[in-house]
Design a binder for this molecule. Structure first.
Ligand SMILES: [Zn+2]
Ligand SMILES: [Zn+2]
Length: 111
């Protein structure tokens, strides 16, 4: 096996809170992402939220209570309102809205 990174299975190197309203991810391939908590909650991929929440989000629904990596392939968020969100690394990486990712020419158009 080689150590070439598979872009379809990005790995999180560092996961940390950025202030009160965002989290930061350093990926193993050197990429850096910042995710506002509100976006992460609105895009929650669980069966109840289905990746899309419209309208007002109560403050407790955007407040982080627990943040953890789940092995090498996912990230868990526990919210102050009791909701739980699990993002696979691939889902999380696809949400990155940095200039590089948004401008990626070969990136498939979604949503
Ligand atoms: Zn959800
Ligand atoms: Zn990016």
């Amino acid at each position: 096996m080689t150590t070439v990174l598979n872009p379809a299975r990005p790995k999180i190197k560092v996961l940390n809170e950025v202030g009160r309203y965002a989290i930061g991810v350093q990926w193993a391939d050197g990429h850096d992402s910042i995710y506002p908590l509100e976006n992460l909650r609105r895009r929650c991929p669980c069966v109840a939220c289905r990746g899309h929440i419209d309208g007002e989000l109560p403050p407790a629904s955007q407040r982080l209570k627990h943040l953890a990596r789940m092995g090498d392939s996912a990230m868990f968020i526990g919210w102050a309102d009791g909701h739980e969100t699990l993002y696979t690394n691939a889902q999380l990486r696809a949400l990155c809205r940095c200039a590089h990712c948004v401008a990626e020419p070969e990136r498939p158009i979604t949503g």
